[in-house]
Write a protein that binds this ligand. Sequence first.
Ligand code: IPD
Ligand code: CA
Ligand code: CA
Length: 277
Amino acid sequence: MSFQDKTPSAARKGVNLAPILAEAIGIAREAGALLRDLFDKPRKVSYKGKVDLVTDADRASEELILRRITDTFPDHGVLAEESAGGRVPRPDPMPDYLWVVDPLDGTTNYAHGLPIYTVSIGLMVHGVPTLGVVYDPTRDELYHGGVGLGAYLNDSPIRVSAEADLERSILATGFPYDLRVSVDNNLDNFTRFSYASQAIRRLGSASLDLCYVACGRLDGFWELKLHPWDTAAAAAFLPAAGGRITDYAQNPFDIFGLETVATNGLIHGQMIRIIAS
Ligand code: IPD
Ligand code: CA
Ligand code: CA
């Protein structure tokens, strides 16, 4: 696990987030360019589990991001998917600044040559998702923002949709890698929402699903057993776009928790009721 807390107490006050966000944007763009360059090249794929892949591109992207973060913010903690090596608990103690990194969100798509994937970089400040960048290199779409920073797609402010009726809503979801061996595999809720919504999509990149809720392309998203690196970045700016993100019981969202529901706010209660039914 690459997690480490070296944050000096002097750094606890007076944080100007804008230059930190600008650095994160630069890093996400660099890693995204690397992934785009490697996309058409032959890939080395290995298996972390029965269906859970990792490619040489995931590793190269993570190496680049970790090097850049460590050089720029030597006092900050870092939690990154490939070096974490599996599910991790909420760090105790929590570092003041913790970068949470998915170097390639949408690995299965990427490995199959399906161009739906992102780089996702979030920063937790005092345990709260505070700023985030999600970069979709294929479309050159960069989502960014955070607490007090707004929410943007490239240079334009973004806003969630105005759809208030679940029956007319387009939703997205995903399925955990242990789908074949665990009964908590989301197929029950997939069935329920198939009847209750207008349509469901499975894009294969949870960070992008969350960004699509933030910019109104989707009305809602739910998923079970996501990891902190899937959600940390977008969870930081979804509220600034007018969105709502909680667990299945409407508790405040915890990136280390197992349940995610993210919506335009208007259909949140309706989605929670379906999940509880
Ligand atoms: C996966 C994607 C997918 C979601 C999985 C994630 P990865 O991340 O976000 O949409 O359904 O639960 O693990 O493995 O491509 O980084
Ligand atoms: Ca991921
Ligand atoms: Ca990943």
